[in-house]
Design a binder for this molecule. Structure first.
Ligand code: MN
Length: 504
C-alpha cells in the first residue's frame, strides 16, 4: 500500500514505591513478559514496545513528552498493575498528544486460591489500581479506549488490535496531504466544508491545484511507459476486444494509461495520499479519469469525486485501518434502488470510480460512452462485489463540527446479471432494514458519497472517533428511528457545550 508506515505502540506500566524495589523489579519482568507475548502472538498489527515501569510524576511527564515528539510512536497502552496514585499522572497526561488505550488486565490470570498471600496481592492489584487511573482519565476528560480482560484472552486481543488499526489510521492522517484538481461540483453542498477546521482536527491538509498542472504531467508521460502499462492491463484484466493492442479502440486505452501515469507521477512528486477531481473542470484531459482513479485507489490513494475532499481523506484513512485485513475498501455512492416489497436493495456505484480492491473475480476493462463531462469515452474497470458484511461511512461538516456516520450493510449477489450496466457496483441490504436505514441516514445528513469497506468494521471507526473526539453516529441492527432522532438532538446539545467542558 502506498505510503503506509507501521508505527509502534508503547506499553506503559504504572506503579509506585510502596512495595519496595523487589516488587518493582518483578513488575518490570511481568510487563516485559506481557509485551513479548503480545508481539509473539501475531494477532496485533503493530509492534508493542516495553517502557520502564513508572513510579513518579517527573518520569511520567517525561515519558508523555517523549511520546509526543517520537514520530514513530502512534499511541500508548497504559496499565496500572497496582495503585499508581493518579495525581502523579496529571502533568503527563495533560500534555500527552498521542492516543492511549487503558488495558485493564492482570498479570496472573487465575487466583492461586490455596496459596494466595500478600506478595501475590501486591503484584496483582490492577482491580483497584486501574480504577484510580480511570478516575483521573475521566476527571481530565481524556478520550481513550478501555479494554478489559486477561492479556492472553482472544477478545481482549481483538479489541486491542482494532484500536491499533484505528491508531494507525490516525497516525497516517498527521501531516497527510490531499490534492484537489479543480474545486467543488458547482452548487453541491455536502461535499463542501471547512478545510481549516479539518486540518486542525484531523491533521491533514487539503489544497487545490489547477487542472493544467495535471495536464502537463500527463503530457510528459513517455510512449514506452504507456505501452508497458497497456501490457500490464492485458495481463491483469479481461480487456475488451476493441481495446486490445492493434484493435480499433486501442488508442483510447493508451489515453487512459497516459492519464494514469501522469496522475500517479503528480501524486508521487507531491507526496500526496489522495486527491479529488471534478468533471466540470477537465480542460485539456481527453477522458474523465476512470481507470486511473480505480487503480490509484487500489494502491491506497484516497479519492473523492466532484471535489469531495472529506471523502477522499476518509477513504485513505479507512484503507490504512484495513490495510492488513481481508476485504477491500472503495469510494462509493448510493446510486439506485430496488424497491420490491419482497426485498429492498441498494445498488452502489459511481460514474466510473470504484476501487478494484472490492472486485469479486477478475475485472473487465471496457469502454463506454459517458453522458456527462463532455469528453471522449472513458475506459473503466467493471465488476461485481462479493457478498458479506460491509460498512458505508460518511464524514459531513455540520458547521460547528464534523460528524462521522457509519451504516452497517450486507452485500448480496445481484439477483440478476447486469449486462448493460457499464460500471463497477455493489448491491447491498441495509441494516436494520431498508427504510429505517435510509431514513436514519437522511436524518443524520449523511452524504451520497461514502467510504465503503468490507475490511473495516464499526469498532474501528468507533475507536477512531474516540481518538479524534469526533461525533459518531451508527446505523446498525439495533437502530430504531425514534431513539436515533433523539440521539441526534442530544448530540446537538453535547457538541454545542463540549468546548466549555474542555473537549474541542
Ligand atoms: Mn458522485
Amino acid at each position: 500500500m502506498k505510503n503506509l508506515v507501521a508505527p509502534e505502540i508503547w506499553f506503559v506500566t504504572g506503579s509506585q514505591h510502596l512495595y519496595g524495589p523487589a516488587a518493582l523489579k518483578q513488575v518490570a519482568l511481568n510487563s516485559q513478559h506481557i509485551v513479548a507475548a503480545l508481539n509473539e502472538g501475531k494477532t496485533l498489527p503493530l509492534k508493542v514496545v516495553f517502557k520502564p515501569v513508572l513510579t513518579g510524576p517527573d518520569e511520567i511527564r517525561q515519558l508523555c513528552l517523549d511520546a509526543n515528539h517520537t514520530a514513530g510512536c502512534a499511541g500508548l497502552v497504559l496499565w496500572m498493575h497496582t495503585f499508581s496514585p493518579s495525581k502523579m499522572w496529571i502533568g503527563g497526561l495533560s500534555s500527552l498528544r498521542k492516543p492511549f488505550l487503558h488495558l485493564h488486565t492482570q498479570f496472573n490470570r487465575d487466583l492461586p486460591w490455596a496459596d494466595i498471600d500478600m506478595d501475590f496481592m501486591n503484584l496483582n492489584q490492577a482491580a483497584h489500581g486501574d480504577r484510580e487511573a480511570g478516575f483521573i482519565h475521566t476527571r481530565l476528560r481524556l478520550n481513550r479506549k478501555v479494554v478489559v480482560g486477561h492479556w492472553s484472552d482472544g477478545q481482549t486481543l481483538g479489541q486491542l488490535a482494532a484500536w491499533m488499526r484505528a491508531v494507525r489510521g490516525w497516525h497516517d492522517m498527521q501531516g497527510a496531504k490531499f490534492a484537489r484538481f479543480g474545486d467543488n461540483m458547482r452548487q453541491v453542498a455536502v461535499t463542501e466544508g471547512d478545510k481549516v477546521a479539518a486540518e486542525a482536527k484531523f491533521g491533514y491538509s487539503v489544497n487545490g491545484y489547477g487542472i493544467g498542472e495535471l495536464v502537463k504531467s500527463v503530457g510528459e508521460v513517455s510512449d514506452a511507459a504507456v505501452t508497458a502499462l497497456c501490457s500490464e492491463y492485458e495481463s491483469r484484466y479481461t480487456v475488451a476486444k476493441e481495446l486490445r493492442k492493434g484493435a480499433e479502440r486501442h488508442e483510447s486505452l493508451r489515453v487512459g494509461a497516459r492519464i494514469e501515469l501522469g496522475l500517479r507521477a503528480f501524486l508521487e512528486a507531491g507526496d500526496f495520499k489522495g486527491f479529488t477531481t471534478t468533471f466540470e473542470d477537465l480542460v485539456g484531459l481527453q477522458q474523465l479519469p476512470g481507470l486511473a482513479v480505480q487503480r490509484l485507489m487500489a494502491d491506497g490513494y484516497g479519492f473523492g469525486a466532484e471535489g469531495d475532499w472529506k471523502t477522499a481523506a476518509l477513504l485513505r484513512t479507512v484503507k490504512v485501518i484495513g490495510a492488513d485485513l481481508k476485504g477491500g475498501t472503495s469510494f462509493m455512492e448510493d446510486y439506485t434502488y430496488h424497491l420490491n416489497p419482497n426485498g429492498h436493495l441498494v445498488l452502489g456505484a459511481h460514474m466510473l470510480e470504484i476501487c478494484e480492491s472490492i472486485a469479486a473475480g477478475k475485472p473487465s476493462l471496457e469502454i463506454h460512452p459517458l453522458g456527462i463531462g463532455g469528453k471522449e469515452d472513458p475506459v473503466r474497470l467493471v465488476f461485481d462485489t462479493p457478498p458479506g458484511p460491509a460498512i458505508n461511512a460518511s464524514l459531513i461538516d455540520l458547521g460547528n463540527r464534523f460528524r462521522l456516520l457509519v451504516h452497517e450493510v450486507d452485500v448480496v449477489a445481484p439477483p440478476q446479471a447486469l449486462p448493460k450496466l457499464p460500471v463497477a457496483r455493489a448491491v447491498w441490504k441495509n441494516r436494520p432494514d431498508f427504510k429505517t436505514g435510509c431514513a436514519a441516514w437522511i436524518y443524520a445528513g449523511g452524504a451520497h458519497h461514502t467510504a465503503f469497506s468490507q475490511a473495516v468494521t464499526t469498532e474501528h471507526l468507533e475507536d477512531l472517533a474516540e481518538i479524534l473526539n469526533l461525533e459518531l453516529v451508527v446505523i446498525d441492527n439495533d437502530t430504531t428511528l425514534r431513539s436515533f432522532k433523539q440521539d441526534l438532538r442530544n448530540n446537538e446539545l453535547y457538541y454545542h457545550l463540549a468546548p466549555g467542558l474542555g473537549r474541542l
